[in-house]
Structures are given as C-alpha cells and as structure tokens.
Design a protein around this ligand. Structure first.
Ligand SMILES: *Cc1c(COP(=O)(O)O)cnc(C)c1O
Length: 553
C-alpha cells in the first residue's frame, strides 16, 4: 500500500513536469535544439511539484547540509527527468544513435558545455546542463539501430538495478558490508554453473571487471593448480609454459599471458576452419610441437562464440585432447555464454560442462548493463587458495558470522564493484524463460539479416553458412566494383569501402555498425544482435543506409 502511494507520488511529479520543461530537458521534437538555447532555465512557478530555479543553488546546499533534504530531492528529481528523457530517446527510432563531434570539438567546448574543471563551484543548473549534454554527445548504445558492439540494449530493470547499486555504494569484499549482495552473487553463480552443467558439489566463481579479466583469472588458476609454488617463488621456479588458443580467439588471452609473465611467444595460435572454429587436429599438432620445443603445455582456451565470426569451437573434441594431455581446459564464452539460457541454442555449447573454467559475460548476450562478467571455476576452493593473502584489517577470522562469506580474498582486487544486483534483479523480473526468449529473438534477427543478404547482388557474405551466433559478417559491393573480377586490385578497393561508409554513417548518426579486416579478408562489416529492442525493420534500415551511403563509391 505504502509502496503504491510512493509510486503515484513520483508519477504526479512527472505529470506536472510535462507542462513546463526547464532548459536542460530535451526538446520534445526530434530536431535537437542547440545547447545554447537550452542552457538557461526559464522562470518556473514555485510549487512543490515543479522545477526549482537551480541557478543560485550549489552542491553544498544539498545533503549533508542540515536543511538540504528538500533541495536534494528536487535536484535528484530533475536529474531523473533528464535520465528518463534519455531513456525515451534511446527507444525512439526517429532519434539519432549519436551526435558525432571530433575530439578537438568536444575539448574546445561546445556552447554551454565545457569539459574544463573550475576552481570555484558551479551552480546546479550548470551541473544539470552538464549531465544532459554528457548524454547528448554520447552514443545511445541501447538504440535499436546500434549494431556496433557485442554489448548493447538498455534494459529497464537492469538500469534500475544499476541505480540502486550506486545508491547503496558498497563494496564486495566482505559479508560485513555487503551481506545481501554477497549472497546474491553466490546464488547467481550457482545458477550459472547449473546452466554450464556442473554438479551441485562442484563449482566456484567470481564476478570480475570484464571477460578479459575472467580470462586472466583462468590462466592464473590453471598455472597455480599445476605449480602452486608460483605464488611465492614466481616464474623463476617454473619451466617454460605453453598455452593454446585459436587464431580467432579474443586477444585478451595473449594479453593475459603477457601480464602473467608467461609471454606471448609461448601462446601457440591454433588454426581454424573457414567458419572460424578451432581445428582439433591442429591443436594436437601444436601441443606436440610445443613439447618438442621444450615447453610444458598446461592450458587450452576454447572459444564459444568468437568475437568477429561468432563461431563455436568443437568443445568435446578439444576436451578429449585436454584429457589426453592433462591440460586445463578453459572455455571463453564471454559472447556465447548467453546461449546457454536458450533451449533452442544451448546445444551449440555441448561439452562446456567438461571445462575447468568458463568466462561468461552477462553484459553481452544477456543485455545486462555494463559491467557484468563472471568467471566460473569447476574446482572448489582453488580461487581462494590461489589468491588469498589474508589481509588482517579486512578478513578477520574471528568475526561473529560464517567468514567463508567474506569472498573478497578470492579476488586479485581489493575493492570490487557490485555487479551482481542488476543481473539478479533482471533474472527475477524475466525468469530464465525471459532470457531464453531474448536470446532467441536476437538470433532470429541474425538469421533474417543472413537471409536478406544471401538474396542480394549488392552484398556478399563473408561466410555462406547460416550463422550459429548473432554475428553476420558481410561486404557491401558498390556498383563500381560489381563487375570487377576477384584479385588484389578489387581487394584493395573493397578494403576502403567499409571505412568510408562508416565515416559517413557516424556523421549522420542514424545507425552504427562496426567493421574490421580479418586474416586474408579485407575490411568487412560485422553486424551483431544483442539488443532485444531491435526488429526486422531496423535490419532493413541498416541495409538501406549502407546502400544509400555507399552506392556512389
Ligand atoms: C568481448 C570478449 C572478451 C572480452 O570481454 P570484456 O568484457 O570486453 O573484457 C573476451 N572474449 C570474447 C570471446 C569476447 O567476445
């Protein structure tokens, strides 16, 4: 009852707000009015429900100022208005994905918006203008026509979770200061381990700042598991180690090898087939070659959902080879892990249950707001053993509760951001079913794009088989190149097409998609779907835009 009342209070505030918009609110129409026009607040009638004049108010007037409570509410409500206007625009197809400016333009300062920091405090009206403009000149990654990155979308429940998390402003190192979040992390990790297929008595894990960090953890654990003396003695005590990853795998594996003192030279890069899947026989030859070079193989990274092609390595075959040579098998499912939520698609990760560790980024395919990434480890207790240093000021063993819930010493960080709540809240709000539908929908969009492209003469697919994940890679072939026969000259010209189209696309701002070269393939577009707001009409729009921007090239 009380909760209902509070909710209706809030909506009344916004109904009232709709009648008169202060300057830092977005203009109603699509033509974004200039910041100069919007920079100053119009005079507002003073009522408890409408906007205040913030031009003479400063941050010192807010809490903890003894009379600051009302002003704090007013300020945050104004800010919420700005955020809600942005949320609305994010889902509005007629609004731009981005309003592009060059670095020097932003640094020189746009009217009413300067990045320079003052010595004297600025008033809260300026602060609200700054908040609005920060969003205005950013990129709407939740826009249904943002196809640029693997993480996209703006999940409303996830957003609520992020707001709450910032409000709670606590740290994941101990149960002492994060009792609820620590338990949520345990529950969610368990749920993810179930999806991977691990039995109840196995499995551990931790949320960390991104998939690259998860991959680094996996290498750290694999090395410690084999050579626990590395923790005290360092690499000097170890033989020359070798690890294996495919040529399509994420660069963070090689980076982790550099960070951990293993060296990128000792990362053996295994060949892939034309779809981007690791070739198991090639893996085995690499292992044998490493041994003949005097290295000690200890770790294989298999990728479930490669970053560019969306390919799934054959996990069972790789697991067999790892078992035979006694190697740690890591599965980098940063991108593909989300498919475990879908009955229809989870079969593509068959064999993942045999992994020693798994990277899974819910901030990618599951649409959780950045950042939300998990490392799952099959062997219980290893994370703790490998990383704990028992800092006495944090992890006192004589607390009154079960101190095994002080999970912070599993981490290589000290403080750790609360990334769990938004995922937990989304899982509650959607159920596993909801995530399943969301993933299915993204893959349907990819299939739709693939089908469109395979029918058209002005586009060429990089890979002619149906996509397994939501990545679809393709070239646009402008009219001037259509009759040209394959060869270095055509490649040279084709290489320039995607960057030129992308540049125009950024200037116009109505859609965004990424491009890259890969191995012997010249620059091609990569479309990825992870935003459940995207529909077929957006896919059509993307192809129309590419054609419109590129037909003169
Ligand atoms: C995105 C990605 C990563 C890196 O994840 P971050 O969260 O960006 O650090 C690792 N592996 C694969 C396969 C990825 O697609």
């Amino acid at each position: 009852m009380e909760a209902m009342q509070n909710l209706s209070d809030i909506s009344e505030v916004f109904l009232a707000r709709g009648q008169a918009k202060p300057g830092y609110m977005w203009a109603e129409s699509n033509s974004d009015s200039s910041p100069a026009e919007n920079a100053k607040l119009p005079e507002m009638p003073d009522s408890s429900c409408t906007a205040k004049d913030f031009s003479s108010i400063h941050s010192k007037d807010l809490l903890p100022h003894p009379d600051g409570e009302k002003m704090t509410r007013n300020f945050l409500q104004e800010l919420l208005g700005i955020l809600l206007a942005y949320v609305g625009k994010t889902f509005d197809r007629s609004s731009k994905v981005l309003d592009f400016h060059h670095p020097h333009q932003l640094k020189e300062g746009l009217e009413g918006f300067s990045l320079e920091l003052p010595d004297q405090p600025e008033n809260l009206e300026q602060i609200l203008v700054d908040c609005r403009d920060t969003l205005k000149y950013g990129v709407k990654t939740g826009h249904p026509r943002f196809f640029n990155q693997l993480s996209s979308g703006l999940d409303v429940i996830g957003l609520a979770g992020e707001w709450l998390t910032s409000t709670a402003n606590t740290n994941m190192f101990t149960f002492e200061i994060s009792p609820v979040f620590i338990l949520m992390e345990e529950i969610v990790l368990r749920k993810m381990q179930e999806k991977v297929g691990w039995a109840a008595e196995e499995g551990d894990g931790i949320f960390c700042p991104g998939g690259s960090m998860s991959n680094l953890y996996s290498l750290l654990l694999a090395r410690y598991d084999r050579y626990p003396e590395v923790k005290t003695g360092g690499m000097a005590e170890l033989p020359r180690l070798a690890l294996f990853t495919s040529e399509h795998s994420h660069y963070s594996i090689r980076k982790a090898a550099a960070v951990l003192g293993i060296g990128t030279k000792n990362v053996f890069v295994v060949k892939c087939d034309e779809r981007g899947k690791m070739i198991p026989d090639e893996l085995e030859s690499c292992i044998i070659r490493a041994k003949t070079l005097g290295c000690v193989p200890f770790y294989v990274n298999a990728t479930a959902g490669t970053t560019v092609y969306g390919a799934f390595d054959p996990l069972h075959n790789i697991a067999d080879i790892c078992a035979k040579h006694n190697l740690w098998m890591h599965v980098d499912a940063a991108w593909g892990g989300g498919l475990l939520m879908s009955k229809r698609h989870r079969g593509k990760l068959q064999g993942i249950e045999r992994a020693s560790s798994v990277t899974w980024n819910p901030h990618k395919m599951m649409g959780v707001p950045l950042q939300c990434a998990a490392l799952l480890v099959r062997k219980k207790g290893l994370l703790q053993e490998c990383n704990q240093l028992k800092a006495e000021y944090l992890f006192q063993p004589d607390k009154q509760y079960d101190v095994s819930y002080d999970t912070g010493d599993k981490s290589i960080q000290c403080g750790r951001h609360v990334d769990i709540f938004k995922l937990w809240l989304m899982w509650k709000a959607k159920g596993s079913e909801g995530f399943s539908m969301q993933v299915n929908r993204c893959l349907e969009n990819a299939e739709y794009l693939f089908n469109c492209l395979s029918k058209r003469a002005d586009f060429e697919l990089v890979c002619n088989s149906k996509p397994e994940h939501s990545n679809v890679c393709f070239w646009y072939i402008p009219p001037s190149l259509r009759g040209v026969s394959p060869g270095p000259e055509r490649d040279k010209r084709l290489h320039e097409v995607a960057p030129k189209i992308k540049a125009k696309m950024m200037e116009e701002g109505m859609v965004m998609i990424g491009y890259q070269p890969l191995k012997d393939k010249v620059n091609f577009f990569r479309c990825v779907f992870s935003n459940p707001a995207t529909r077929k009409e957006d896919v059509d729009f993307l192809l129309d835009e590419i054609t419109r921007l590129g037909c003169g090239l």
